[in-house]
Structure formats: C-alpha cells, structure tokens
Design a protein around this ligand. Sequence first.
Ligand code: PEP
Length: 252
Amino acid sequence: MSQRRRIAAGNWKMNGSTAALAEFDALAARHPDPRVDILICPPATLLSPATRRMDGHNILIGGQDCHCAPSGAHTGDISAPMIADTGATAVILGHSERREDHGETSEQVRDKARAAHVAGLTALICMGESEDQRDADNTLDIIGGQMAASIPDDCNAENTVIAYEPIWAIGTGHVPTLGQITEVHDFIRARLIRRFGETAGNAIAILYGGSVKPSNASDIFTVANVDGALVGGASLKADDFSPIISALEGSF
Ligand code: PEP
C-alpha cells in the first residue's frame, strides 16, 4: 500500500458567506477521525472564521491563491504569510480559472508556490489541458510544460500536492475515462520521479479534479496514481462532499 497522503480537497471558488460555515460543522461531525486529509479552500473572506470554527477538528483549511510577494503595494491581493496567519495550512495555485481569468503564467504559479513554501503552506499546484489541446493530442506535452514551469525545485511531499484538472472537465459534468486519467497521472508520476528522484517523486500526492461527484468518485479512486480529488461544485455541501471523502477512505 502506498504511504502517500490521501487528500479530499474542496475548492469553494467564489461561493459561500458566513452561513455556509455550517457545512464545515456537518463535515466535522460526519468525519471526526478521517483516514484521509480533508482540506477545504473557502474564499479568503472565510479563512479566519473557518480556521477558528475547525479548531480541534480534523479539517484543514486552505486559500485559493496568493501573491508571490510577502507584502507590498498589490491592491486586492493577499500574500502567503497572510493566509498562514489565518491558521490555514495550504493554498491552491495555478487553477485554470486563475490562469484564464487573470492570465496567470506557469512561471507566476512557480513563484507563488515558492512563496507558499516559505510561509509554511502546502502548495496545491493545478494543471490541465483544454479541450482543443486534448483533441489535438497535445495533452502530455501541455502537462509536461506546465509541470516544468509551475513546479519549483524545492518541492517535496510535505509542501506540495499536484492536481491534474482537465479544463474541459471542470464544472461540465464531463469526466475523462479512467484510461485517460491513468495515462496523465502515470505521466505526472514519471516526471516527478525523473525530476525529484525515486523516493521524493513517488511520495508527492497527485489529485484528480474535474466533475468529481459521489457517483463517480469510487471509480476514479481505483486509478493507481490518483491520491485523492480536488472537488469544486460537489464540495459546497457536506451531503455531497462527505460521500466523496468516504469513497476515498474506502479506496485503500
Ligand atoms: C475545480 O474547480 O477545481 C473543480 C474540479 O470543479 P468541479 O468539481 O466543479 O468540476
């Protein structure tokens, strides 16, 4: 059995106000002693209340982005030390919505990941191909390029998690076949081993993201190099997220 971290991560995106914190309570009650890491990344406005609310529970809290600088004249941004200051322990970086909406490059993602590491945060680095890139048979080239440019040299299993998120699967209900997921996750694993060596490359967790639901989670978790999921829509309600967590717990 692999010793890698197993992670059920929820990306709330730009959803949720104070009332939504009740979902944290429901999850904590249903998973008092989880066999996997449960990480929820609410909007920045909820980071502090969420970490306070989850104090004493086994639910980790993370941000959805950070600036690469620790402080300065960057109106509207938040830095990695600020996220750490809320009690959060992780941050999603390079999500395709950040890459598309804000023109984030892989090099910027790498700098943000470095900043996250310096602040003691786990960087959850996202990558994925568009539908056109897949149709043109360029998926592995795209992923290879994103890995080379987005992942900093100081990565290890404690400070970094990779998420493969095909853009065409995010929020669409379209899920790659298990064969397609296997191909990309095996490729990512091989590239991690090539770059960081056998031990470290094998230890870094790789999550799948894109339309993961209670109905498909168990199948996805049968794939060898899938160490968990990054979940958007289905992470907003404990009723949906809890069965996904349970499926991951039951997968090893
Ligand atoms: C995401 O945004 O990271 C995501 C995977 O979204 P969804 O689960 O809604 O497809």
